[in-house]
Design a protein around this ligand. Sequence first.
Ligand code: ATP
Ligand code: MG
Length: 698
Amino acid sequence: MSSDPRLHPARPRPDVALPSVAALADELNPEQRAAATHGDGPLLVVAGAGTGKTRTLVVRVTHLLARGISPERILLLTFTRRSAQEMLARVERLAGAAGRRVQGGTFHGTAHRLLRKFGPAAGLAPDFTILDQGDAEDLVGLARAQMGFAEKKHRFPKKETLFRLYSRHVNTEQPLDAVIEDQLPAFADRTDDIRRVLGDYVERKSARNLLDYDDLLLSWATLLEAAPTLADRMAGLYDHILVDEYQDTNVLQSRILRGMCRGHRNVTVVGDDAQSIYSFRGADVRNILDFPRQFPGTTIVTLERNYRSSQPILDSSNTLISRAPERYTKALFTTRTDGERPWLVTARDEQGQTAFVVDRILALHEEEGIPLREIAVLFRAGYMSADLEIELTNRRVPYEKWGGLKFLEAAHVKDVIAFIRVLENPRDEVSWYRVLQLLPGIGDATARQAIEVLLTHDWSLDALTRWTPPPRARQAHAQLAALLVGLRDAPTSSGTGGGVVAAEIARVRTLYDDILRERYDDADPRLADLEQLQTIAAGYPDRGAFLTALALEPPQSTQDLADGSDDADDGDTLVLSTTHSAKGREWDAVFLIWAVDGWFPLARSTNDAAELEEERRLMYVAMTRARHHLAITYPLHVYQTRRGSDYSIDQLSRFLDRGVRETMQRVVVEAAGAAPVDHSPVPASGVDLRALLRGRFG
Ligand code: ATP
Ligand code: MG
């Protein structure tokens, strides 16, 4: 299948342990096995939650290895790097060390790898920097301000909104006017101005050697379509491509897949249309439904037996999703008919909900022996777990949190990273702007002047050093120049394995820590964050690798940060996760908290039928994560600070309609904190409080 034999010489593969056919058969049912052992040609597995799609993919990879396909020539695309690692670890257990050589990762990660290699052949400077979403928004903001749309008198979309329009346009391939008409009709008359700002944003990125996330996919797709020789080289790297969670890919990703399969048709995708939850990122469920048309001759395998959950849990989940107007996959069944019905738990208020969840987790753990890591608490949005996190901390229950982590978005962490970024890519205007404005005496205007100097001198640090700023900024300018020149000229320690970037951060902190103390009253936890950042940095060989990892694979959980590694499996910690980050996962016991209308579904989605349906699918994803125990909780009274410090009575989520409720059991939590109060007289203690207080200053 390989397009060019010179590039891929056949080599002996003594370490491929061939799994026996019997061993494979043990793993799978007949339909799964048909998919796993499918020969060449396009294959689609479209099936509901927990039917073994991911497991089938893993076995398919081992089957390909057993057929003699080189591990390097298999590409496994997954939604997160973590799931790629887990799947490949399983392949390794089944098929031996060769499993480690299978190529796996996210679309974005793979795009990045290929662009570093092939981009320069198409005029992309090899040391490009990746902008994360916040940076991209800032750069749009600069373009917006430069074009005079920042002034108050103009009514014009904010930088975040502009970026969202841009990203939607790229990911859905809808023309910009259509996107604006659809997403922001109030600004339809400003379409031309919006187009100019976004055009300027694109110019800025290219002049400053920056790529945003969307550019990674867009550039990959573009090279595949516009540069036939490069496309042949890229596509020639792999003989088989497999994709998990295909329902959450977008048009761009399907173009990439077609491009990568120009030399063969060995593409396997698996997914579940009922679990499509990323349309806000341009994912389109049509992608999976149209797959057989895009790859004619596709073999379609459907699976209906669920191996994850007990029948009562499936009954509730099936009923919930049966309300969706459009659906391809069918209701699920299992042979595990035992088990209790899911709980629908009413608590008086948030504290009652928290107390119930923690008590029940400890009961499952201590009385039923379920490890904490087999228990998860899910919620619609990251901020909804705040009260629970406080209680877990107080009661010393170890937990990690997935999704909604804001470490890298914290201002002080971004500040330090900005220094590292200007060192790595002196054309990174956004980071310059951030760094300059940090310094005492340098405000918006001076920062702009300084950037102008850089711009006119080809981003030379020496030009900035020679520049004479306004008097107020002189001292800061001198300090900054000394620091940056010192860092630039420092000998890059070679071969010591890590530590270089950590040392640079330490040096940046000789200037920055004082700025931080000046800006924030609570400096200590922030300084601790910077220590953490230094520790993380020590795990990377150089600046480029460090920055790329932060931008592309930001730590997903507090656990990732705690030890800077991915295999933190030995600790027994409870999982708190947003419903989005729980995708593809499973636990013995799952709690879904805040099942309140306006919280789940989120209020902002309730005016749009399509968004509301996506929220329903999201709740379906949450419920189908549970193996044995599922509890959905909601507080009756919610303390609404925004509606004027008051309690209001809230409604149960509309998705839990009467039919769904009938499949569940009701549990009412008694008012918490009703501990008896001791009213007996208090005897004298012999202590003189006033004297003690005075004594402190005596
Ligand atoms: P999701 O849609 O949530 O991603 P999935 O379809 O990918 O689910 P898997 O995660 O692969 O499902 O499998 C669900 C569970 O069922 C896993 O614990 C898996 O090991 C188990 N399982 C799958 N197939 C079988 C089988 N044939 N025999 C026994 N267990 C199985
Ligand atoms: Mg899966």
